[in-house]
Design a protein around this ligand. Structure first.
Ligand code: GLN
Length: 199
């Protein structure tokens, strides 16, 4: 079984570790550059992407994460983590950096403010068993994608219908929403299969 690291600078690291534990997948927090050694996959949690960017630079994790991800380390980003995996962001702060890797433009806080958080059912390509309940908390959406990016989830109802909220590019996966908060482990299972090379 592979070992998965979960970035532990800020955000809902514990929830991701909990889901992985439930799946019986060895997982550990990543707080220092050396924590990246020996992991087979990396999860970038939800939280605050500008804070995570600053802390990742300060803890000297930004460049090593970039290197590992660009060398092919599988990674999954949720919400702020999706922003971190984006090659381009809109409505970021001037000094905000990303790990990058997914050829997409992501708009921060696109779905509105904290008080406008909402849930929606979203079908994810590659995930069987019906739609997931997607929780959006000051979530980004994907404004545009390059040719190598697969759109695997879009909002289907309401005035946000058509908005891209889940993508995959090779070994990289990102969702605008937070499956770690709903007790539905199907996307984490998809990611673990990607890490094993089975998906
Ligand atoms: N709005 C946050 C950001 O820009 C993301 C919110 C979240 O991860 N729930 O980083």
């Amino acid at each position: 079984t592979p070992t998965i690291g979960v970035l532990a600078l800020q955000g809902d690291t514990a929830e991701h570790l909990h889901v992985l534990d439930g799946l019986g997948v060895p997982a550990r927090p990543v707080l220092r550059p050396e924590d990246l050694d020996g992991i087979d996959g990396l999860i970038l949690p939800g939280g605050e992407s500008t804070t995570m960017s600053k802390l990742a630079v300060r803890y000297e994790l930004m460049d090593p994460m970039r290197e590992r991800v660009h060398e092919g380390l599988p990674a999954y980003g949720t919400c702020a983590g999706m922003i971190l995996l984006a090659d381009r962001i809109l409505d970021g702060t001037a000094d905000q950096r990303t790990v990058g890797g997914i050829d997409m433009t992501v708009r921060r806080n696109a779905f509105g403010r904290q008080t406008e958080s909402f849930e929606s059912k979203v079908d994810i390509e590659g995930v069987d068993g019906g739609p997931l309940v997607a929780v959006f908390i000051r979530a980004p959406w994907v404004e545009s994608v390059g040719p190598d990016v697969e759109v695997i989830g879009q909002v289907t109802h309401g005035d946000r219908a058509g908005r891209i909220v889940a993508v995959r590019q090779g070994a990289l996966l990102a969702t605008s929403f937070h499956p770690e908060l709903t007790g539905d482990a199907r996307i984490h299972r998809l990611f673990v299969d990607m890490v094993k090379g089975n998906a």
